[in-house]
Design a protein around this ligand. Sequence first.
Ligand SMILES: [Zn+2]
Length: 163
Amino acid sequence: MNTFIVDAMLGKLATWLRLTGHDTFYSTKVHDDELLRIALDQNRILLTSDAILSRRAKDTGAEAMLVRGTVDEEVASVFLKYEISPEADPSKSRCTKCNSTLTHVKDDEKERIKGLVPDQTYNHYSEFWLCKYCMSVFFQGGQWTNIEAYMVKIAQLMKEMET
Ligand SMILES: [Zn+2]
């Protein structure tokens, strides 16, 4: 599976790559030189909205894609180019905050996440996904319905862009 490094302007794109299970480096504190170095050292594809940076990456031998347009167009064009299926499965997703892999917490182990989510959420859901690195908790609540709806929208846009 491709791994990515995303420039500071493309935070939403980074989130969607992580949700679809892709190892994606994203930081707002890293300068262009550092982005290029990490792309090369870690063999990551650089996604950038900066034409100069994209050109520099290609000159140094890093794979790069110049990403343009609205957020929806950014996501759809990257998914098309790298053959990413517009489906978010929490058991494959990475933490949207820190990029770590998630641990599935089933009903009988859910005490592990007590206190990390509001009581109402804790009581209502039986399955969770925990990021052991930053202690973020994910669950298939209303938020997840929005994620699925967005993936349907992206799938549609990908079809339109293909033709
Ligand atoms: Zn995390």
